[in-house]
Unconditional design. Sequence first.
Length: 388
Amino acid sequence: MKLSLAITDIIILSLALQGLVLAIILFYSSRRIKSNRWIAAFIFVIAETTFLMEGMRSNVLVKHPQLLEWLPNLRLAIGPLIYLYTRSLIYGDEHTGRKKYLHFLPLLLDAQYQVIGLLYITGILSIPVVTNFYAQPWLQNALFNKTILSDLPTLISMVVYVGMSYKAVIGVTANTEPSAYKLADLKWLKKLLRLVIVLVAVFLVTILLTFVSVWNNYVLYLSGTLFTYWLGMSAIIRQNKMQPADVAEYNQPAVKIYFADASAEEYKQQLVRLMEIDNLYLNPLLKLEMLAEKLSLPDKVVSNLLNQHLKKNFNDFVNEYRVAEAKKRLAEPASSKFTIAAIAYDCGFNSLATFQRCFKQFTGITPSQYQNSIISSETVPGTTQIPI
């Protein structure tokens, strides 16, 4: 079979082939940066779709329609892949879960050749009722006589997913403190989304022009392949600049910021008052929810305040006050009348084991060793220092 390709076709196919190579390289390197697997899949879909379009234009697939069973039309995956790359870059893959695959259900709209091939292989298509239904002219027309309106689902999908992605990027850059490389990638992602919007605009123009005249889609194909080549090369170049430590920091999800420095300081003072004046830490049933209720804030906001501005989790924050209270009581002469367990419970601990573990964590010694050091210092004349 002899093919006659114009120079533009050769350029498009060459760029698409390079896109496939870049997709493979990026997917392989996604072991370092997991979000790259989504952008690799995005590049692959653009390249594969370009090959499919060129196959139709050159009449190869028209003359050999059986090949279409092995070349699925993946264009409806473009929008979801952009969105999933965005979410993976911002939150990490663990926040997407298995539900992410539901975004690809619309691909069934373009899978008529694969579905028919499956029905044929399984023998279902040979059942008389199915055969008669399949032979209906209106069904044949709907399945195989594609019109320009067939492109609208892809256009709508890209617009919706690009909008969702752009909103997510704006939100994370305004409310989090990502690493330097992650911040650079988020800025790069903004540029990427703007370029996708331009590509969508070109797509829309080609649809409109097809309504009024016979329009050659070279502009759309060439734009898409050039975009793919730029996308792959940009991702590879940015990744190669990163050192192992940068990659480790990069893969950590950005932490959301709920407070400006001024408001954070105000709430920190309220926390201190609740501990030092109201002595909330003495309550063995104290939970994060109770502390949040006292501050009239959601639980996750209080957790953020502790983690980001006090550099402590809830348990360490409360137990540090409890240990400080236990040290004071163990230093009192009357403490010899009480067991260490009784002092632990009075200070808010609900188990002796937890008390001993926390006491050693914050002081470096056990409660018994601390109490003995107090007694020893009192029995040595002239000794006033209390070891801690």
